[in-house]
Design a protein around this ligand. Structure first.
Ligand code: MLT
Length: 265
């Protein structure tokens, strides 16, 4: 499905009925990575998974894409779909977008699930690295970024040929403009740490214990800073924990949704 919102055409999945869950993918992925969650939750919840602008089947725009812009795209999409307040489930860069959404659209938020993400901003070195990579992508395309991200996404024990092919499949529709825009947007993103103690919605923080892209300590820090939040660390999982250990991830999410009464009455 597709809708034009906030000046851009966004492709999205919308399956099931019940309280809305919005799945926000990381970099340089697409909504396809959430298929195990959509299949598991569409019987109890309305599951919405967009491709962020420039990724998957969504339109790309030129220039840096601030996290606020992705967040506003989501807010306009949810308004267009008439969902009412939703639980946002953000993975990695999707977590940065989720923090921006929580700041800008608090009235549209019923709960937060922060997966393999961090609250802090980039170091100057990391930001400079992203800007250099964005230039390379604009000149030579996305292949090197996909190779380097695919190599690190999974826990070492999960890097078999079948899993690696699927991961690459989640990434290969990313456009150069989309990847460069996200890199520049991430490089400029604000520090969300000061905001954490203002979070009042139920919050679940999930990490893969073997995540080498955003180590589990970042999730521990987020959970420690959000009053009443729950932290779950999943074994035998790397950065793409929801895909690598889908059953464990889904069970953790289902139990938390029930405990937070984010289920149909
Ligand atoms: C992601 O998976 O979304 C990215 O690794 C996040 C980042 O580069 O900071």
């Amino acid at each position: 499905m597709q809708r034009t919102v906030n000046g851009v055409t966004i492709a999205y999945t919308d399956e099931g009925e019940g309280p809305p869950l919005v799945f926000v993918h990381g970099f340089p992925l697409s909504r396809d990575c959430w298929r195990p969650q959509i299949d598991a939750f569409r019987l109890s919840h309305r599951c919405i998974a967009p491709d962020l602008r420039g990724f998957g089947e969504s339109e790309a725009t030129a220039g840096p894409v601030p996290m606020d812009t992705y967040a506003d795209d989501l807010a306009r999409l949810l308004e267009a779909l008439g969902t009412g307040p939703a639980v946002l489930i953000g993975h990695s860069m999707g977590g940065y977008v989720t923090f921006a959404f929580a700041r800008r659209h608090p009235e549209m938020l019923d709960g937060l699930v922060l997966v393999g993400t961090r609250a802090g901003r980039d170091t100057p070195e990391a930001a400079a690295g992203r800007k250099a990579t964005a230039e390379t992508v604009q000149a030579h395309g996305v292949a090197d970024v996909i190779d380097s991200m695919a190599a690190k996404m999974l826990a070492p024990d999960n890097r078999d040929e079948r899993m690696m092919q699927k991961v690459r499949g989640f990434m290969e529709s990313a456009s150069p403009a989309g990847v460069a825009g996200a890199l520049l947007g991430m490089a400029e993103r604000p520090d969300s740490t000061p905001y954490l103690d203002a979070v009042t919605v139920p919050t679940l923080v999930i990490t893969g214990l073997d995540d080498v892209i955003i180590p589990p300590g970042e999730s521990q820090d987020i959970a420690a800073a959000i009053t009443g939040s729950e932290l779950q660390a999943i074994q035998d999982a790397g950065h793409l924990v929801a895909f690598e250990q889908a059953d464990d991830f889904n069970q953790v999410l289902r139990e938390w949704l029930a405990g937070a009464q984010l289920v149909s009455p």
